[in-house]
Design a protein around this ligand. Structure first.
Ligand code: FCB
Length: 463
């Protein structure tokens, strides 16, 4: 049984579900541009319709109510609300999110709003994108406006979803929008995403002391393939860039010295200005953690890049550590090729609770893609997803028992959706979506999750 008040949620993001990319005055985002370029998205997919949530949000909220969710984590689309990322705001865009939030509240579902889940207005990319410091300031203005408009009905706010991905997949490997392969620019982007977070926290705090504000990071435990010095150094590097560069900045107000040293050939770091780290480390009410898998790494040449494999032609996101290989750790994998390892979730929660200032923790994303099929009887049987979520929830439970301040769990994702560079081929949903008809069908994992929520805990071990 989980403690009373434990948050039972599911998560989505705007670009992956909304569609309606030209409706009601929405501006262009970097993902619109990226999807229109050849070879960027598997199968040439795009998000023009996605799962049509912009038009079907009422039905989708009803599904959440049927599931018994106590909270729903979604993101707002910056170009829908502020088409060019600076200047005029679009009332119709804001209205969409007001209607969505009111619908959630009418069912007693707590809205958890993420301000940035990767869909930067294209105009800001043309002005330099995240490598430009000005983008952080634009983001703080945007955050302040959304908070002023929705702060009366949304209590839980988070800033930037997974800054690692925006910086390093967007600007180093190029497997995400805007698709640039410029390691030095990616480093600047990482800092400016952190700064954007800090400036947004400040701007929102200045308006309303009641809001619960957090940052959101994606963490992976990193294991060296062997005890060799080279493998241990590889693990230190990947852990540094993936985990500590963001956790240390947000929670301790410092970048790890060893990571800065690994990157010193790329930059003199002049873009880190006095006072930035204090801004970035503004106190938080909560930390949102996205967890999927573990990395096993090798420093010897020739390691395969399995754990981090990109779907399309791309460079390495691991700036300064491009030589590191990602090796198979011998665990079962999901259809993303990601190894299933619940113990890694415990490891990261323990570490965050012990090594950083205490702050309430939430799992804001966790889940798995499998090749789901709809049967002739119209049901979708996904025992592997049930067992994935069951195993990770058991880990959450033991974390709470051992004193870690974990207060909620959001499954990724509520519904199948546009999985970025992988297009529609990877299904993460609790709810199956037929992309032709847009029909939604609860998978057996959704029915199981609903039972779990109703019960307030896990029934018997899922098979
Ligand atoms: C996370 C993203 C989310 C989704 C899942 C599978 O990195 O935040 O949008 O793509 O992975």
């Amino acid at each position: 049984m989980f403690p009373t008040g434990f948050v039972w949620g599911a998560a989505t993001s705007a670009y992956q579900i909304e569609g309606a990319l030209t409706a009601d005055g929405r501006g262009r985002s970097i993902w619109d541009t990226f999807c229109s370029q050849d070879g960027r998205i598997v199968g040439g997919d795009n998000a023009e319709t996605a799962i049509d949530h912009y038009n079907r949000y009422r039905d989708d909220v009803k599904l959440m109510a049927d599931l018994g969710l106590t909270a729903y984590r979604f993101s707002v689309s910056w170009p829908r609300i502020q088409p060019d990322g600076s200047g005029a705001y679009n009332a119709k865009g804001l209205d969409f999110y007001k209607r969505l939030v009111d619908e959630l509240l009418s069912y007693g579902i707590d809205p958890w709003l993420t301000l940035y889940h990767w869909d930067l207005p294209q105009a800001l990319e043309e002005a330099g994108g995240w490598p430009s410091r000005d983008t952080s300031k634009r983001f703080a203005d945007f955050a302040a406006t959304v908070h002023a408009e929705l702060g009366d009905r949304v209590r839980h706010w988070s800033t930037v979803n997974e800054p690692w991905c925006s910086a390093f997949l967007g600007y180093a490997s190029g497997e995400h929008a805007p698709g640039r392969r410029e390691p030095a620019a990616a480093l600047r982007a990482a800092h400016h995403l952190n700064l954007a977070h800090g400036l947004a926290v400040q701007a929102m705090r200045a308006q309303n002391a009641d809001s619960q504000i957090g940052g959101c990071v994606n963490v992976y435990p990193v294991t060296p393939a062997t005890g060799s010095e080279a493998d241990q150094d590889a693990a230190r590097r990947i852990d540094g860039l993936q985990n500590r560069f963001f956790l240390d900045a947000l929670l301790k107000g410092a970048y790890p010295e060893d990571v800065l040293a690994d990157l010193s050939h790329l930059s003199d770091m002049e873009f880190i200005q006095d006072g930035d780290l204090a801004t970035i480390a503004a106190p938080l009410d909560m930390l949102l953690i996205n967890y999927y898998s573990r990395f096993t790494v090798s420093g010897a040449p020739g390691g395969a890049a399995s754990a981090a494999a990109a779907p399309t032609d791309s460079g390495s996101p691991w700036i300064g550590s491009e030589h590191v290989g990602f090796v198979n750790g011998g665990r079962p994998v999901t259809s993303m090729g990601w190894e299933v390892d619940g113990s890694g979730l415990y490891e990261m929660l323990r570490r965050i609770a012990d090594e950083y200032p205490r702050v309430p923790l939430y799992i804001s994303e966790n889940g798995a893609a499998y090749d789901d099929l709809i049967g002739e009887d119209g049901t979708v049987h996904d025992p592997e997803r049930v067992s994935y979520i069951d195993a990770h929830l058991r880990i959450c439970h033991s974390a709470i028992e051992s004193g870690i301040p974990l207060q909620g769990y959001f499954a990724w994702s509520l519904m199948d959706n546009f999985e970025w560079a992988w297009g529609y081929g990877k299904r993460f949903g609790l709810v199956y979506v037929d992309y032709e008809t847009q029909a939604r069908t609860m998978k057996s994992s959704a029915l199981w999750y609903a039972d779990t929520i109703r019960h307030g805990g896990l029934l018997s071990r899922a098979q």
